[in-house]
Design a protein around this ligand. Structure first.
Ligand SMILES: Cc1ncc(C[n+]2csc(CCOP(=O)(O)OP(=O)(O)O)c2C)c(N)n1
Ligand SMILES: [Mg+2]
Length: 535
């Protein structure tokens, strides 16, 4: 007899799943029955939040779906934060959990791990959450999940399987993958109208978000055709290479970029929600401008959030931009001189640079130009947010924007490294956030994921200290006892160093990338920049 749990593994394999992140429990043992003999690798984190962040980092680094196996109740409450971060950043994640027996759902009888109405809780952080009540329905439900990832705004999907359903007989289930639906394409008249609006434009500007991550070639071609500068959010770093003359970099929160929006007569926004952390990080007020706004988004609901468009196109970014590029090839528009405008915007952004942080990132880039950086919410990631651009997508991401949770970078980097084993992967994290998920360093050692854990140590919640100072409030709860990170790294089985100067950082990074073990590098803020804590 084949059980539902065994068939699930076969189905996941048929969709190309290679990795699963999870901590087994009494209720999920049956999920693992078929795993051992499958081609899927299992990675064990030290906490379910770590599983979620690993799946997220894996998805961001590869574009594939991050999959987790999680126990009902505490496992699911633990992973909720990671799902919320993935929801806000549109990261494809499939969370398969158990739930108590189907006949007992919602009763609240105090059974092991019981979370009455678990699905109600998890639905809030999911694209959809489904309770499988009959093993025969499994192929359809998994098809719906992968259908979302292929054709809609991605995010976490949750499928919970009651423990009596997991081990029920499922011999006759067809485990082959369903054909994936294609993502929506733009209506031809919307493209015609876009061309008309662009034809009238003297100063077109393109704004791209994470929704454009697969549309790099199309973005560059359109920008060059129009001669339009390109503004990107954090999740779109590298979609246009940083060295491209039309790439603005920076952030929509910076004055120079916000002024550019106001100077544009047509703004073409692709896969960006115009959210606060990308466009109003300094709380100057929501972005607003008078030019005509054309919005392209795969999610119709996004087209009615934040900024009112002149033209709203519900379409996949790549489909829309290739249709637009084809239309402009048939019926060209003379290109504007966006290059000099982009240069002016970049000059305006120079004011935000800080030579000390810039030297820190230059050192990283010189040592490991091909690296992926998974950042957290710490002083250098705030700098990178505005000043560290990449030549290709999926090379820099962090948890500071969007949901903005701490403890992300360590597990996310582990997931990224497992997905991109030949590329150097750096977790860039503060001493405070590192202490949220330190245990995942052990998971990295165990999984032979030679991540570089770069810990920015200022012995406290430095960012919050700055806010206390700025608001004139006497600070409480921001000075932290921090462990001896180098000793700790060694105890986990990593190579570990403290770098006190840029040249030491450079040589530690170069050494780390050749090391089969993960490496922990502690850098103390006081050695690189002044500031919190006061000397
Ligand atoms: C889960 C969570 N709790 C609290 C916060 C608030 N918070 C934002 S930044 C920060 C300080 C983080 O300290 P650290 O990681 O050491 O970075 P630093 O600012 O010191 O460089 C805190 C507590 C948060 N973003 N997420
Ligand atoms: Mg700190």
């Amino acid at each position: 007899m084949a059980t539902c749990g065994e068939k699930l593994i076969e189905i996941l394999e048929s969709y190309g799943v290679e990795l699963v992140f999870g901590i087994p429990g009494v209720h999920t043992v049956e999920l693992y029955r078929g795993l051992k003999r499958s081609g899927i690798r299992h990675i064990t984190p030290r906490h379910e939040q770590g599983a979620g962040f690993m799946a997220d980092g894996y998805a961001r680094a590869t574009g594939a779906v991050g999959v987790c196996f999680i126990i009902t109740g505490p496992g699911m409450t633990n992973i909720t934060t990671a799902m919320a971060q993935a929801r806000q950043d549109s990261i494809p994640m499939l969370v398969i959990s158990t739930v108590n027996r189907s006949g007992q759902l919602g009763l609240g009888e105090g059974r092991l791990h019981e979370l009455p109405n678990q699905r109600n809780l998890i639905a809030e952080v999911s694209v959809f959450s489904h309770t499988l009540l009959d093993a025969n329905e499994l192929p359809k439900v998994i098809a719906r999940a992968f259908g979302v990832f292929a054709s809609q705004r991605p995010g976490p999907v949750h499928i919970e399987i009651p423990i009596d359903v997991i081990d029920s007989e499922a011999n006759s289930i067809d485990t082959t993958a369903w054909p994936l639906p294609s993502a929506p394409a733009p209506p031809p008249e919307a493209i015609d109208r876009t061309v008309e609006l662009l034809r009238e434009a003297q100063r077109p500007l393109i704004a791209i978000g994470g929704g454009a991550i697969r549309a790099g070639d199309e973005v560059v071609r359109l920008a060059e055709t129009l001669g339009a500068p390109v503004v990107n959010t954090v999740n779109a770093k590298g979609v246009i290479p940083a060295s491209h003359p039309l790439a603005v970099g920076g952030s929509g929160s910076c004055t120079a970029v916000r002024e550019a929006f106001c100077a544009a007569d047509v703004v073409l926004a692709v896969g960006t929600e115009f959210a606060e952390t990308d466009y109003d990080f300094y709380y100057k007020g929501d972005l607003s401008f008078d030019g005509r706004l054309i919005r392209i988004d795969i999610d119709a609901a996004q087209l009615s959030r934040n900024l009112k468009p002149h033209l709203a196109i519900c379409s996949d970014a790549r489909h829309a931009l290739s249709a637009l590029n084809a239309a402009l090839q048939r019926d060209p528009i003379p290109a504007k001189d966006g290059g000099s405008w982009a240069q002016t915007i970049r000059d305006g952004l120079q004011q935000r640079q800080d030579a000390r942080y810039q030297a820190f990132f230059d050192t990283i880039r010189n040592a490991l130009p091909e690296a992926i950086i998974a950042g957290d919410s710490t002083q250098p990631t705030y700098y990178a947010w505005l000043n560290y651009e990449t030549e290709a997508p999926r090379r820099y991401f962090h948890s500071a924007s969007g949901y903005g949770t701490l403890g992300y970078a360590i597990p996310a980097a582990v997931g990224a490294k497992l997905g991109q084993p030949t590329r150097p992967v750096i977790a860039l994290i503060g001493d405070g956030a590192a202490q949220f998920t330190l245990g995942e360093i052990a998971s990295a050692v165990e999984a032979k994921a030679s991540v570089i854990f770069l810990i920015w140590n200022n012995q406290g919640y430095g960012e919050i200290q700055r806010f206390f100072e700025g608001d004139g409030v006497e600070s409480i709860g921001v000075d932290l006892h921090t462990p001896d990170f180098v000793a700790l790294g060694k105890s986990f089985g990593c190579s570990a160093y403290r770098a006190t100067r840029l040249d030491e950082l450079e040589s530690a990074l170069k050494k780390a990338v050749k090391d089969p073990l993960p490496t922990l590098i502690e850098v103390r803020q006081a050695d690189f920049v002044d500031g919190y804590p006061p000397a």
